[in-house]
Structure formats: structure tokens, C-alpha cells
Design a protein around this ligand. Structure first.
Ligand code: PEP
Ligand code: CO
Length: 453
């Protein structure tokens, strides 16, 4: 385990720190250099949030998904906030993911790897460094890890102390997740319980009848003497976008067993469409850590780009190491994705392919909300399955922005959220999320697609 201090190999450390020589997109501008140095030193000696052994297990699970024998469900907020790290909100998100996983597992008859976009998702890339309101220009909000959402100079200042709060809030969130998922709450015999406390809706009702079937199946297994200890707890992994070097680097530790670096801020980390430059600092840093890693790719990605990313991030073609998270947009996926999937297939590489049907489908409503149409999200998922079917590759997972709460941020779904409803229940500080019911509906669609394959 990587909780022992080991003398790190200087060449390993030099490799890990090579990113400092490369252009790093989307980094904060801390005003006080002494302060950030002190915060980094403090982070570097805090306990790891995850252990190398867990990270290795996840890599094996993801290898199963890449090989077509498991499915990855990854979901959570666009941006977690310190204020929303409450027991209720965390529990609702975990419950929603557990429910979705059951729907998928039952429909597809294969293991579902559960992964939160949680316990670390506090930093955001932005398209503009500044925001102007009524003639006043201030630094853009970059996530609670960097600055505050309130539109004042003090709140928008990039504040290094926030990195420590990011660590503490992530630790508290992960602690609760571990308690929920291993302390009895995730017991499959409680499938009905997970549906409680949510507003009645058609997706809930559909879930309820599936839960009854699962109940019967479990009772049947128990009656036939099958040991159900496997049902009592579940593996649950956490992930976030690895954006800030001042957080990710101090959280990276040398594993005493293998002498290799693990980023212990989360089990799985990814880089986004804005930071995946092949000669950039983010790709270099990710290439040096042992965690399974993801890269978001948008509709302008070229075949050469993706082959270069594989070469740099997964030179040994290690199963489970690399995941491509495609976020093309419903209108583009059927054109943009096939050439990439085919080229990668023909190169012999076997990354995991998952769909993010959210980030290519952003719109701004007439009343000024950042939103997404549920139908577009569903359509991109269908397109993802179609493309992989045609290429003979495996559509191995979904990456969703969701909440367990009854918000109104994405348009449509079977309770027909319209633009006016956004004005009543829009809470996200960043991108719009599927609410509890829309998330379940999506899970049913994906399970049908998986069952049909
Ligand atoms: C995100 O996942 O919130 C995000 C910013 O995505 P992308 O990098 O795909 O735009
Ligand atoms: Co987002």
C-alpha cells in the first residue's frame, strides 16, 4: 500500500514533474506564491484519499468493460460545491446511481461498474477567463476549488486555501460514500428502499416493478442455498477531471510496492476537451500516473489525434488503462465517431469507449438558461450504440451529469420539463444535470440498448 514513505526514484519524480516544462491550460492565477507553496506542501503530507490497491482493482474492472464483459456507469455533478456536500444530497446521488446500476445490470445481465463524478469534482475549465455583468468584469468562476460563485472581487479571487477545503470536502464525501456502499445501505435486498423519498413518477413506478422481480430472484437464490454475501456491499469508485496541478501533483504519491506514482485524489481521473493537447502539461502528467485515465473527445477530434493520445497515454496497451469519453452532440455523433472507432480498432488498441451524451448538447433557452434537451441526450446515446454496432466494437459505458434531487435543469423527459419550469428549480452553478427521474429514464433506455445488442 502507498501509505508508507518510500525513497522515490529520482528519475520517476523527474518524469512526474516534467509537466512543469509544458504549456498548462486552464490553471488559476494565484496572487500570493508563498501561499500556494504552503498549501501544496500541506496537501503533500495529508493522507491519500484512495489507495493504490483499489485503483488497481478498478483498472481490472475497466479492462472487463473494454473487453465487452462489463459496463461503466459514471455520473454526478458537473461541479460539486462545498455547500452541497450534505448528507442528503450525497445520499440521493448515490441512491440514484445504485438504482441506475440495477436497471442496467438487470437489463444487460452483466456487471456494472459504479463510479461517481464525486469527491473531487470541484474545478472547472472555462471558455473565458473573465465574466462581465452590468459593466463590471471579474475573473470567471472556476469551481469551488479555485474561487467563489458570488460576483464580488473578493469571492472571485483565486484563493489557494480552497484547495485544502477541496481535500477536506472530498474526504468527507468519500467517507459517506464508503459508509453507504459498504455499510449495508447498498445491499441488493434493499432495492425497494433506494426508491423511497423520491417524488412519484413513471420512471419510479417502472423501477418499482423491476425491484419486485429482483426481490423474487433473490428469494429464489436464497431458497436454493446460494450464499448472498456478495449482495451486501458494492464497489463504488470516485472520479473527477484532473485539472489543477496544484492539487493533483501534491496528491500524487509513490506506491511503496511498485515505486510508481498514483494520483490518490481519486480512483479514476480524466482530462477534458480543453486540456487534451498532445504536447500539453495535462497529457504528460496523466501519462505518468498509474490510475486508469479518461480523455474526453469532441466532434473535431481527428484520427491522428486519437492515435497519438493512445501512444502517449497507453504505450503498453494495458487493458483498462485508457477510456475515451466521447461527447459529440446528437447531430454529430453518427458522422464524427465512426472514423475514430474504426481507426482505433484497426490499430489493435482496445480502449474503453463510453458516451458522455451531455456536453455536446448544450443550448441556451430563450429565458437565458444553460440547458440540454433530454431527447438530444437520448438520441446521442442511441447514436453511440449504433456506431459501435456497425464497427463491431463495444459501447462500454455512460458518463452523465446528474443529481438525485428534483431539479429542473434539462428540458423534457416524461414529466415534460419546459423552459418556464427551469425558473423554479434550476440549481446548478455550472452545466445542467439530469434530475432523479430523467436519470432513471435514461438508465432504462440504455439497458434496452444493451439488451438488444
Ligand atoms: C465537464 O465534464 O464538465 C466538461 C467540462 O466536459 P468537456 O471537457 O467534455 O467539455
Ligand atoms: Co459539465
Amino acid at each position: 500500500m502507498n501509505d508508507k514513505v518510500v525513497a522515490a526514484d529520482p528519475t520517476v519524480l523527474a518524469g512526474l514533474d516534467n509537466y512543469v516544462n509544458l504549456p498548462a491550460a486552464q490553471q488559476p492565477t494565484w496572487l500570493d506564491q508563498d501561499e500556494i507553496k504552503r498549501v501544496r506542501a500541506e496537501l503533500a503530507v495529508l493522507p491519500p484519499l484512495v489507495f493504490a490497491g483499489e485503483v488497481d482493482t478498478l483498472r481490472k474492472r475497466l479492462a472487463e468493460a473494454a473487453a465487452g464483459r462489463a459496463f461503466l456507469l459514471q455520473g454526478g455533478d458537473c461541479a460539486e460545491t462545498f455547500a452541497d456536500a450534505t448528507a442528503d444530497k450525497i445520499r440521493n446521488r448515490v441512491k440514484t446511481l445504485l438504482q441506475m446500476a440495477v436497471v442496467l445490470m438487470y437489463g444487460a445481465s452483466m456487471p456494472v461498474i459504479k463510479m461517481g463524478r464525486m469527491a473531487g469534482q470541484f474545478a472547472k475549465p472555462r471558455s473565458s477567463d473573465t465574466e462581465t455583468r452590468e459593466g463590471i468584469t471579474l475573473p470567471a468562476y472556476r469551481g469551488d476549488a479555485v474561487n467563489g460563485y458570488d460576483f464580488t472581487a473578493e469571492s472571485r479571487r483565486h484563493n489557494p486555501e480552497r484547495l485544502l477545503k477541496t481535500y477536506n470536502t472530498s474526504a468527507a464525501t468519500l467517507n459517506l460514500i464508503r459508509a453507504f456502499t459498504t455499510g449495508g445501505f447498498a445491499d441488493l435486498r434493499l432495492v425497494h428502499e433506494w426508491n423511497k423519498g423520491f417524488i412519484d413518477n413513471p420512471a419510479n413506478a417502472r423501477y418499482e416493478s423491476l425491484a419486485k422481480e429482483i426481490d423474487r430472484a433473490i428469494k429464489f437464490m436464497a431458497a436454493s442455498g446460494v450464499d448472498s454475501s456478495e449482495l451486501k456491499a458494492t464497489e463504488f469508485y470516485v472520479s473527477h477531471e484532473a485539472l489543477l496541478f496544484d492539487y493533483e501533483r501534491p496528491m500524487t504519491r509513490i506506491d511503496s510496492r511498485t515505486g510508481t506514482p498514483y494520483d490518490t485524489s481519486g480512483h479514476f481521473i480524466w482530462i477534458g476537451e480543453r486540456t487534451r493537447q498532445i504536447d500539453g502539461a495535462h497529457v504528460d502528467f496523466l501519462s505518468k500516473v498509474r490510475n486508469p485515465i479518461g480523455v474526453k473527445i469532441g466532434p473535431n477530434t481527428q484520427v491522428a489525434d486519437i492515435l497519438e493520445l493512445i501512444e502517449k497515454l497507453d504505450p503498453n496497451r494495458e487493458p483498462g488503462r485508457l477510456t475515451f469519453i466521447t461527447r459529440m452532440g446528437a447531430t454529430k455523433i453518427r458522422e464524427a465517431l465512426p472514423k475514430l472507432v474504426e481507426a482505433v480498432r484497426d490499430s489493435g488498441a482496445l480502449p474503453l469507449w463510453i458516451t458522455d451524451p451531455m456536453h455536446g448538447n448544450g443550448i441556451t433557452t430563450a429565458n437565458g438558461y444553460k440547458s440540454r434537451r433530454f431527447d438530444d441526450v437520448m438520441d446521442e446515446v442511441r447514436g453511440f450504440f449504433e456506431v459501435h454496432k456497425a464497427a463491431g466494437t463495444f459501447p462500454g459505458g455512460i458518463h452523465i451529469e446528474l443529481t438525485g434531487d428534483d431539479v429542473a435543469e434539462c428540458l423534457g423527459g416524461s414529466d415534460h420539463i419546459d423552459e418556464a419550469t427551469l425558473e423554479q428549480r434550476y440549481e446548478s452553478l455550472c452545466d445542467p444535470r439530469l434530475n432523479h427521474m430523467q436519470s432513471l429514464e435514461l438508465a432504462f433506455l440504455v439497458s434496452e440498448e444493451l439488451a438488444r445488442r
